[in-house]
Design a protein around this ligand. Sequence first.
Ligand SMILES: Nc1ncnc2c1ncn2[C@@H]1O[C@H](COP(=O)(O)OP(=O)(O)OP(=O)(O)O)[C@@H](O)[C@H]1O
Ligand SMILES: [Mg+2]
Length: 250
Amino acid sequence: MKKNKTNQELKQKDIILSITNLHKRYNEGKSNEVHALRGVELTVKKGDMMAIMGPSGCGKTTLLNMIGHLDRRSSGIIIIDKVDTSTLPDSKMTAFRRDNIGFIFQLFNLFPFLTAVENVETPLLLKGLNSGLAREQAKMLLRELGMGDRLYHQPTELSGGQQQRVAVGRALINQPAIILGDEPTGDLDSTTSSDIMALFRRINRTNNQTLVLVTHNRWIAEQCDYIVHMRDGKISHLEQGPFAKKEKKQ
Ligand SMILES: Nc1ncnc2c1ncn2[C@@H]1O[C@H](COP(=O)(O)OP(=O)(O)OP(=O)(O)O)[C@@H](O)[C@H]1O
Ligand SMILES: [Mg+2]
C-alpha cells in the first residue's frame, strides 16, 4: 500500500501540466456560439516534448491559448506545476504566466522597433531585473542561439530563421517550465525549420524544459516524444514519436 502511494506521489511530482474536462465556447450563449474544446483531457510530464496535430479548426490554437492562459476557459481544470490556475486571482495571473510559460508564435510577434537584444531582454525588465544584468543575460542567450553577430539588428533587418531565433530567445529568457509554440516553424524553409527543431530538442534535452508544439507538419511532429491528435475539440489519440523511441533505446 505504502509503496503504491509513494509511486503515485512520484508520478504526481513529474507532471508539469494536467488538463481535465476542458471546455471552451466562443460567443457563449449567442446564436454564433462555437464549442471549440469539448472535454480535453491531457497530462504532460516535465521534460516531455509534445506535438499537437489535427485538421484545421479542431481546436489546437484554442487549446494552446487555454494552456497559456491567453484566454478564459468555459470550464475545466488546468494545473500547471501543481498550481490549479483557477485559484489564481487576475492580479497574480500575469506574473504566473510570465514566470512559467514561454510563447513562440508563427508570426513571431517581435517588437518591430526594438533590436534583437532588446526584444530578448524585455521579459527580464518586466520582471524588474536590473537593466545591465538583463542586457548581459540576453546577449549570452542570443550568442548561444547563434545570433551573436545580430544583437543590434531590428526584426526587419533579419531573415525569417533569425527572427525565429530571437522569438525563441524571448520565450526562453525567463527559463519557463513550459514553452508553447503555435506552428513555430510554419513559414520557414525546411533547412531553417530543421535547425529550429534541433534547437528545440537541445533545449528540451539539456534544460529538461517542456515543449508543446502545434504543427501541421508530420516531420516536425515526429521529432517530438509524443504526438497528440485532436479532432472536433477533443483528443482522439496519443502516438509516441519514432525518433524519441530510438533515442531512448540507445
Ligand atoms: N475568437 C473566436 N471566436 C469564435 N470562434 C472562434 C474563435 N477562435 C477560434 N474559433 C473557432 O474555434 C474552432 C477552433 O479554432 P482553432 O483556432 O483552435 O483551430 P485550429 O485547430 O488551431 O485550426 P488551424 O489548424 O486552422 O490553425 C474553429 O471552429 C474556429 O472557427
Ligand atoms: Mg491554429
